[in-house]
Design a protein around this ligand. Structure first.
Ligand code: GFP
Ligand code: GFP
Length: 833
């Protein structure tokens, strides 16, 4: 408020307020101005990268003008806002998205052409913003797009990692990790050096009595690190709403420079301490679905939660409302347990700093927070050691103990004499060392807990969180099935399909109401429409074939059936099942006569994905895929009948090329292990069929599109436990076809078999936890059905069109509206000009 221009002077200000370009001419003017002045380049010195930066800056100006207005509007209207706390935002590229969302892509295309550039080349200069591992981070990015598009007053809060997810290179068939320094030439962030928060670590807690005899706690000494805000504007599609993603970067606090060391002449070590502070936001942890309990990771979590809460509380306090109104003004959603410390920090702010009584404070906290769980995998559940927490966050540990005490007292009242129950639900696990169970803390501190697909949410209620359902009743637990934003994953990734659909439906309204796609079903039998549909798929396959050629050197025939599995490499996602299936196919072809080979449907098996750097089994799966590719692709006897491709460094921008080009894609996790999956939705939305297990959102996709349009196989979630149990007691027989595959590997067909011994042993000898052998037969016979179906081009097309028409449910717009209604209780804020 103090920083605002006095009323009498505002007229002069407004007269000169920044204006948005509105046509090609004005865009060109802005582009040239930015290239010549902001970038200090010229007519004689402008390459594609400069053209990219100039275009991005021109669009950034537009976004920030609307960002300013949106923030003013949200501040003045003073209604409830949503804050989405996520340690990952896997944004991908921003320019194309900005151009499409503000609706100026054509102007930009022509303007760039006038100045000598092709828009596609310019767009592809951008470095992906890869601040995430996989599905969880990409979901957060899709949510931001929908929140802005639907005009919800909503901010994302995250960390500004200097290094995002590593860049993957394949060297001799092995994954190598290269640090991804992505911040050069990144025009999309605004450093806010005036918005900083001091974050405390370590130190100790002092108890004191105030004038009224009330006991208080103060957290003293320790280390201070500064959080600096960087803002990233998030444009909605077809609306002026431009929301904010605030990312925190760590920096040594100015007061922290050790002058004693400095005065003693130890300047270098004093500077080294400064650098230490900066490591907090240096790197995104590349482990997906695995928690390893590293102190730096806990520091990251607290740093980000504390900075975000400080900001949220500061903004609330500007309104001068009573604390009791906080939950009417603020909804905070925890994306997984990573931000659970925000619950404790909020309680600390209310009782230690604002002086509220415990119960009142706790009531405010629980009404404010909601928690989303993404996985039932036990190795993914976060636990932090009590001694670690005691050292780093002494006051928070005390508060956690108090939360636990009051919680267990209430449980004991309702379930007297049930000691086991108390031990089971305690936030503190009585292990050595003791551990803080973050998921339990998140449940206890939130008013709603949700899973991400129906099966997943049901499993949460019947397994992991069963006791809590008994304690709180079923209402605290709910399901919100995931989705994807159709703007990026249909309109941007597949412009030809988007415009064909728009032609048929009379406009692009389906992009903001995806249920309108159902009108496409009326055209399923339209011959001309089918032809165009097929032609678009072929063009998209050619585009992918070019990417494959450019990155691997292999040529693939676009007439082949393109079979794709792209996602993080993980045993539960079962890329090993896929590559074993590929080997099975190869062996079969090798054993065929020439006559028989004529009937084989040529296939390209395409893989992509990163393995966590310390996850050896996943890395050996990548290695096997690459070794199989080397053998199969160079086998002239097999030729085009089978090709195996591993696309290096899978990321969001590659996904935008891959998704529209698949005929079939694989979503083949062991039943009951995949929370939802979201690439399954992207592939079907782009007219690809899928092969999958009855897992995650595959089940709901089947319900929407019909079981004749999907290839399901494998054991059901309800049978998994029993099968594992039987394996454990020695009741296990390797599937005979899989045994032949193993024999080929053991005969060194794909290089040294020793490299793959552990992979095979996990199945043959160690209980086959992921049921690869149990599902193998069903998997390969279902692939035979895929081949057969692909032969009938017309029927395949009908399945493809029908499926797209029925995908309306899987837009993140539906998802966000569900969160808004059932968890956040927030309303959109209409935009008036
Ligand atoms: C936000 C924005 C500011 C803007 C105000 C008022 O501030 O740029 O001036 O809203 O619209 F960041 P806070 O809500 O963060 O105080
Ligand atoms: C996790 C789950 C997925 C789920 C996403 C988003 O993704 O099943 O679709 O979160 O909710 F495992 P990954 O990070 O494991 O890909």
């Amino acid at each position: 408020v103090e920083a605002s221009i006095p009323e009498p002077l505002r007229e002069a200000w407004r007269k000169h307020s920044a204006k948005e370009f509105t046509n090609k001419e004005e865009f060109e003017k802005e582009l040239v101005r930015h290239i010549e002045t902001t970038l200090a380049r010229s007519l004689y010195n402008c390459d594609e990268l400069a053209a990219y930066s100039g275009t991005a800056l021109a669009f950034r100006d537009r976004l920030i003008i609307e960002w300013n207005k949106t923030q003013q509007r949200q501040t003045f209207t003073d209604q409830k806002r949503v804050y989405y706390l996520s340690l990952e935002f896997l944004m991908g590229r921003a320019l194309d998205n900005a151009m499409l969302n503000v609706g100026m892509k054509d102007a930009a295309r022509e303007g760039l052409r006038d100045l000598g550039f092709r828009i596609e080349d310019v767009i592809s200069q951008e470095h992906d913003a890869a601040l995430g591992n996989g599905g969880l981070g990409r979901l957060a990015a899709c949510f931001l797009d929908s929140l802005a598009t639907l005009n919800y007053p909503a901010w994302g809060y995250g960390l500004r990692y200097r290094y995002g997810i590593f860049k993957q290179e394949i060297v001799n068939g092995y994954q190598m990790e290269i640090p991804d320094y992505w911040l050069d030439n990144n025009p999309w962030e605004f450093p806010r050096h005036e918005i900083t928060v001091d974050i405390q670590f370590y130190g100790s807690v002092k108890k004191y009595q105030d004038e009224n005899g009330k006991i208080g706690h103060s957290w003293e000494d320790g280390e201070i690190v500064q959080a600096v805000a960087y803002d990233v504007p998030i444009p909605g599609y077809g609306t002026k709403t431009t929301n904010n993603l605030r990312l925190w970067s760590s920096k040594a606090s100015s007061g922290e420079f050790d002058f004693q060391k400095f005065n003693a002449g130890d300047y270098e070590s004093a500077v080294a301490d400064q650098q230490n502070a900066e490591t907090i936001s240096a790197v995104l942890y590349p482990n997906d679905n695995l928690e390893r309990g590293k102190e730096l990771r806990l520091k990251q979590q607290y740093f980000w939660c504390a900075a975000s809460l400080y900001d949220i509380v500061r903004r609330f306090k500007k309104t001068k409302r009573a604390w009791s109104e906080f939950p009417d003004q603020v909804a905070i959603q925890l994306n997984d347990t990573h931000p659970t410390l925000a619950i404790v920090e909020m309680q600390r702010i209310l009782i230690d700093i604002e002086g509220l009584e415990w119960d009142e404070a706790w009531g405010i906290v629980t009404k404010t927070f909601g928690y989303t769980n993404h996985t039932v995998l036990p190795e993914a559940l976060e636990k932090w050691s009590v001694p670690l927490m005691q050292n780093l966050l002494p006051r928070h540990l005390q508060i956690i103990y108090d939360i636990n005490l009051f919680f267990l007292q209430s449980v004991e009242k309702r379930f007297p004499n049930d000691r086991d129950m108390l031990a089971r639900v305690s936030i503190i696990e009585e292990s050595h060392p003791k551990m803080v169970r973050m998921a339990y803390l998140a449940i206890i501190g939130s008013h709603k807990v949700n899973g991400v697909a129906e099966l997943h949410s049901d499993l949460l209620k019947t397994t992991l969180f069963k006791d809590f359902v008994e304690i709180y009743g079923p209402d605290r637990f709910t399901n919100v099935t995931n989705g994807v934003t159709p703007r990026r994953w249909l309109h941007q990734a597949n412009p030809a399909l988007s415009s064909l659909i728009a032609q048929k439906l009379g406009g692009h309204e389906f992009l903001t109401d995806l249920t309108l796609l159902d009108k496409l079903e009326a055209f399923v039998d339209d011959k001309e429409f089918r032809r165009e549909w097929a032609e678009i798929k072929t063009k998209n396959k050619l585009r992918l074939a070019k990417l494959i050629k450019d990155t691997t050197g292999y040529s693939v025939n676009p007439e082949s059936l393109f079979d794709v599995q792209v996602k993080r490499i993980h045993e539960y996602k079962r890329q090993q099942l896929n590559i074993f299936g590929v080997i099975h196919r190869y062996l079969k072809i090798k054993g065929m006569s020439n006559e028989e080979r004529k009937k084989v449907i040529p296939r390209v098996s395409i893989f992509g994905g990163k393995a966590a750097p310390g996850y050896w089994m996943a890395k050996s799966i990548i290695h096997l895929i690459n070794k199989v590719a080397a053998v199969v692709n160079n086998d002239t006897d097999v030729g085009d009948l089978l090709k195996v491709i591993f696309i290096e460094d899978y990321n969001v921008s590659k996904a935008e090329i891959i998704c529209p080009a698949s005929d079939i894609s694989e979503h083949i996790s062991t039943a009951g292990t995949e929370g939802s999956g979201t690439s399954n939705m992207k592939f079907v939305m782009n007219g690809g069929l899928i092969i999958g297990t009855c897992d995650g959102a595959n089940i709901e996709i089947t319900r929407e599109i019909g079981d004749q349009n999907i290839f399901l196989f494998g054991n059901l979630a309800e049978d998994v436990e029993d099968l594992r149990h039987r394996h454990f007691y020695g009741d296990f027989q390797l599937d005979p076809a899989l045994a032949k595959v193993f024999k080929a590997i053991k005969d060194n067909m794909f290089g040294d078999a020793g490299d793959f011994a552990a992979l095979m042993a996990s199945i043959e000898e160690h209980g086959d936890y992921y049921l690869v052998s149990d599902d193998f037969h069903s998997y390969v016979t279902t692939h035979e059905m895929v081949d057969e179906a692909f032969l009938n081009k017309e029927e395949w097309l009908a399945k493809s069109i029908t499926s797209v028409a029925r995908m309306g449910f899987f837009s993140t717009d539906r998802v966000i509206n569900e969160y808004a209604d059932s968890i956040w209780n927030v309303e959109p804020l209409a935009v008036k000009d």
